[in-house]
Design a protein around this ligand. Structure first.
Ligand SMILES: Nc1ncnc2c1ncn2[C@@H]1O[C@H](COP(=O)(O)OP(=O)(O)OP(=O)(O)O)[C@@H](O)[C@H]1O
Length: 248
């Protein structure tokens, strides 16, 4: 596997500029700009309430921005719906894992694959993806009966099921043990390095961020306070101060 230094980062995929989102008097996302290329892994970090999930919600169409714009693969998707963003190639996981509990693992992933394929092909594609995330033995299990770790993998499989060009991963390592985290790190790396996807990951596990990310973006009170190589960003006095002033 190629290391980060020798890997050439690809073409620009996401260009978000000057994004603002207010909730009443609170500015949850404040003039945030972010560019991501294909094959790039971006770590999005910051204390609780910094605006990370709100930014994801804007990028994946769950939330419209009050101002600013988002272009993805050359298409203006500012304020577009979640289904338009999915069709454009933005797949995401949610922090609160919500599979369709009465459906099987296979059915849950097939639902996403139906975005691009008729049923028979969607079922085949879904089975492939389930194998990729290591859940082949759980194909016919009801989603409601899965452990937290398996639910998280299913969430990842659902995000992959739309065949995204960019994956937004919201704290997919939380609650996993050390070996599960290592497996997930390998998997995330393979999405970018083998499949050429762009990945933005919100992650509190700094070890994982440091080992995976090409670039780290730090939010604090809605603003981007730092951006750059992981080893430089974690030493940035503004970043250290933001974390010292928080519970994280
Ligand atoms: N729908 C909403 N209505 C009102 N306030 C909201 C809403 N969504 C988020 N907020 C507020 O916006 C701010 C940013 O929240 P957000 O969830 O984006 O932060 P975060 O960085 O993802 O936090 P965490 O790490 O705790 O998940 C917080 O103060 C939050 O309370």
């Amino acid at each position: 596997m190629m290391d980060t230094a020798s890997r050439s980062i690809g073409k620009e995929l996401l260009r978000a500029s000057g994004l603002v989102r207010r909730f009443g008097g609170l500015v949850a996302v404040n003039e945030v700009s972010l560019n991501v290329t294909d094959r790039e892994i971006v770590g999005l970090i910051g204390p609780n309430g910094a605006g990370k999930t709100s930014l994801f919600n804007i990028l994946s169409g769950q939330l419209g921005p009050d101002s600013g714009n988002v272009s993805f693969a050359g298409q203006d998707i500012t304020g577009a719906s979640a289904s338009v963003c999915a069709r454009a190639g933005i797949g995401r996981t949610f922090q609160i894992v919500k599979p369709l509990v009465s459906l099987t693992v296979h059915e849950n992933v097939t639902v996403g694959a139906l975005l691009n394929y008729p049923l028979a092909t969607a079922r085949e594609k879904a089975a492939e993806i389930i194998g990729r995330v290591g859940m082949r033995s759980l194909l016919d299990r009801q989603a409601g009966s899965l452990t937290l770790e398996s639910r998280k993998r299913l969430e990842l499989a659902r995000a992959l099921s739309i065949e995204p060009r960019m994956l937004l991963l919201d704290e997919i390592l939380a609650g996993l043990n050390a070996s599960e985290i290592n497996e997930s790190i390998h998997l995330i790396r393979s999405f970018a390095h083998q499949d050429g996807l762009a990945v933005i990951m919100i992650e509190h596990n700094l070890h994982a961020v440091m080992s995976l990310a090409d670039k780290v973006v730090v939010l604090d009170y809605g603003r981007k306070i730092a951006e750059g190589k992981p080893e430089v960003v974690v030493r940035d006095p503004a970043v250290v101060a933001a974390y010292l002033g928080s519970d994280d």
